[in-house]
Write a protein that binds this ligand. Structure first.
Ligand code: BES
Ligand code: MN
Ligand code: ZN
Length: 498
C-alpha cells in the first residue's frame, strides 16, 4: 500500500474519494466547511436531509458532488466534538476504512485536521492512520483454494496536513509506521498459519529467510546442541513431540559492536495441547497462536531492520510443540534447567515458562542492556486484563515505565502487575528447587515469578500477551500485537542513545 503526505486543503485536491469528518450534530470540520463553500452548500443540504447526523461510527458516501475535483466524498461521523478522544480518533479511522473497503475506491485523500486527536501530533496521527489502513487491508487467504475476492482494497492514501513545520516529522512517521505494519503483518501471518505448517522448523526457516533478506545473522540450535548446553527444561517440553525443537537466534546490528543489545525472547510453542495435563477440546485450535510471542519477535526485527534503527537487537525464540505421548514429560518429573536450578513439573500445561527459562539464561551471553520476553503465558492474564491490555511485570522500574509509555504512544497498551517477593513463596517445591506452578491465585504473577528466578543478572521485563495476541470468535485471527509497543520502545531507545 502506498502513502503520501501533502500540505493541502480540499479545494485544490483531486482524487477518487475524499474522507471528510462531521461532528455530531451536523457540525462541519474545517475541510467539510471548505467543501461546503465550494459546492455552494451541498454538504449542509445533505446533512439537513437527516441522512447523516455525524454520530460516531457512521458514514455516508456521496457521488458526483458538483464543483469538486473528487469523484466521491465519504462523510465520516466523529461523534460529539467535546468527547472526541484518542479512542474516537482510532475508531473513526477504522469506520472510514472499512466503509471504503465496501466500495471500488482504490485511492483516497484524508485531511488530518478533520480528526483532532488532542495532545497528539500530526506525526502521531499519520503513524496510526498508516497502521490502521494497512491493518484494514490485511487478508489471510493463503490457505484457501481461491481467495475471497469480494472485497476491493485501498492501494493509495494521501494524507493532507496544514502545517509545513510538521512535514519532516510526518514523513519519518510514515516511513516508520509502514515498517511497523509490515512487521505486524509478518506476526499475523505466522500466527494465523495452521499448526501443521507453522512448526518449529518453519519458524527457523522464516528466521533464516529474514536474515537473508535483511542482513541479519540467524543461528539455529538443534536439540543435540541444546542437550550439550544443558537446556533440560526446554527439552522436557519438546520430548513428547515428533517435531524437533529449535532455539532460534536472530541478531540485528545497527550500532557499534560494543553497544549492548536489547534482547527480545519470544515464546514459540507452535501448538499447546497441554501435554499430559491435556487441555479440554473446546477452542483448542486457538493454541496454534501460542507462538505469538515468537511471531512478535520476528515481526519486530523485520520492522527494526526496515527502519535501520541505530541500535543492536537480538531475538531469541525457543520453539517447540507441547504434545502428550509415551515419551512426554509427566507431572512430578524433575528436570535441570540451563541455569542449574532444578524444576518440579507439576503441570505440563505450564510449558511456556519451561522453555522461556532456558532461553532467558541463554540471553546472558549477549550482555544485554535489557531483556524483554513476550509470551502467551497464562489464561489468568485474560481473566485479569481482558483482551485490550497486555500484562507487564519487571524487575526494573525504569524499564517498566519505558515499556508502558511506549505502549501508550503506540496505542498498544500494557498494564503493570506487581512482582513482590511475597508471591515467590507460592512456587515452593518439596522435591526440587522450584515448582512450575503456583496454584490458582495470581496465576499471571506466579508465572512471572518463575521467570524472575532466571533473570537476576540483567534488567528484565515480561509481557503476557495471552489476551492481546489474537482474537477469538468470528474475527478469529492474530492481531500482530505487541509489535507496535516493542518497536516504539526500540525507537525511543535509539533516540536516547544517539
Ligand atoms: N498457552 C497457555 C496460556 C493461554 C491459555 C493463553 C489460554 C491464552 C489462552 C499456557 O501454556 C497455559 O496453558 N497456561 C496455563 C498455566 C497453568 C497450568 C498454571 C493456564 O493458563 O491455564
Ligand atoms: Mn500450556
Ligand atoms: Zn502455552
Amino acid at each position: 500500500m502506498e502513502f503520501g503526505i501533502k500540505i493541502a486543503t480540499p479545494e485544490k485536491q483531486r482524487g477518487a474519494c475524499a474522507i471528510i469528518g462531521i461532528f455530531e450534530s451536523r457540525k462541519l470540520t474545517d475541510s467539510a466547511k471548505v467543501l461546503d463553500k465550494i459546492t455552494h452548500g451541498y454538504i449542509k443540504n445533505i446533512l439537513a436531509s437527516g441522512d447523516m447526523e455525524g454520530k460516531a461510527n457512521t458514514t455516508l458516501l456521496l457521488h458526483n458532488v458538483p464543483d469538486t475535483l473528487f469523484k466521491r466524498i465519504l462523510l465520516v461521523g466523529l461523534g460529539k466534538e467535546q468527547e472526541f478522544k484518542e479512542k474516537s480518533f482510532l475508531s473513526a479511522l477504522s469506520t472510514a476504512l472499512s466503509a471504503l473497503q465496501k466500495t471500488a475506491v482504490t485511492d483516497a485523500v484524508l485531511f488530518l485536521s478533520d480528526f483532532p486527536a488532542a495532545e497528539r501530533t500530526a506525526a502521531w496521527k499519520i503513524h496510526q492512520i498508516v497502521i490502521t489502513a494497512i491493518g484494514s487491508n490485511y487478508r489471510f487467504d493463503q490457505l484457501k483454494s481461491k481467495p475471497d475476492n469480494n472485497q476491493s482494497s485501498l492501494s493509495k492514501l494521501i494524507l493532507c496536513i496544514d502545517d509545513r513545520d510538521q512535514l519532516a516529522a510526518c514523513e519519518e512517521a510514515m516511513q516508520q509506521s509502514m515498517a511497523i505494519a509490515q512487521g505486524m503483518n509478518l506476526a499475523k501471518d505466522l500466527g494465523n498459519l495452521a499448526p501443521n505448517i507453522c512448526t518449529p522448523a518453519y519458524l527457523a526457516k522464516q528466521a533464516k529467510d529474514l536474515a537473508k533478506s535483511h542482513k541479519l545473522k540467524a543461528t539455529v540450535l538443534e536439540e543435540k546442541d541444546m542437550e550439550k548446553l544443558g537446556m533440560g527444561s526446554l527439552l522436557s517440553v519438546a520430548q513428547g513431540s515428533e517435531q524437533p525443537a529449535k532455539l532460534i537466534v536472530l541478531e540485528y546490528h545497527g550500532a557499534a559492536k560494543k553497544d549492548h543489545p536489547v534482547v527480545l525472547v519470544g515464546k514459540g510453542v507452535t501448538f499447546d495441547t497441554g501435554g499430559i495435563s491435556l487441555k479440554p477440546a473446546a477452542e483448542m485450535d486457538e493454541m496454534k497462536f501460542d507462538m505469538s510471542g515468537a511471531g512478535s519477535v520476528l515481526g519486530t526485527l523485520l520492522a527494526v531492520a526496515e527502519m535501520k534503527l541505530p541500535i543492536n537487537v537480538v531475538g531469541i525464540i525457543p520453539a517447540t510443540e507441547n504434545m502428550p505421548s509415551g515419551k512426554a514429560t509427566k507431572p512430578g518429573d524433575v528436570v535441570t534447567s540451563l541455569s542449574g536450578q532444578t524444576i518440579e513439573i507439576l503441570n505440563t500445561d505450564a510449558e511456556g515458562r519451561l522453555i522461556l527459562c532456558d532461553a532467558l539464561t541463554y540471553a546472558e551471553r549477549y550482555n544485554p542492556k535489557a531483556v524483554i520476553d513476550i509470551a502467551t503465558l497464562t489464561g489468568a492474564c485474560v481473566i485479569a486484563l481482558g483482551n485490550f491490555t497486555t500484562g507487564l511485570m519487571s524487575n526494573d522500574g525504569k524499564l517498566a515505565q519505558e515499556l508502558l509509555a511506549a505502549g501508550e504512544l503506540a496505542a498498544d497498551r500494557a498494564w503493570q502487575l506487581p512482582l513482590w517477593d511475597e508471591y515467590q513463596d507460592l512456587l515452593k517445591s518439596n522435591f526440587a528447587d522450584i515448582a512450575n506452578i503456583g496454584g490458582r491465585a495470581a496465576g499471571t504473577i506466579t508465572a512471572a515469578c518463575f521467570l524472575s528466578r532466571f533473570t537476576k543478572k540483567y534488567r528484565w521485563a515480561h509481557l503476557d500477551i495471552a489476551g492481546t495476541a489474537w482474537k477469538s470468535g468470528k474475527d478469529k485471527g492474530s492481531t500482530g500485537r505487541p509489535v507496535p509497543l516493542l518497536t516504539q520502545y526500540l525507537i525511543a531507545q535509539a533516540k536516547a542513545s544517539s
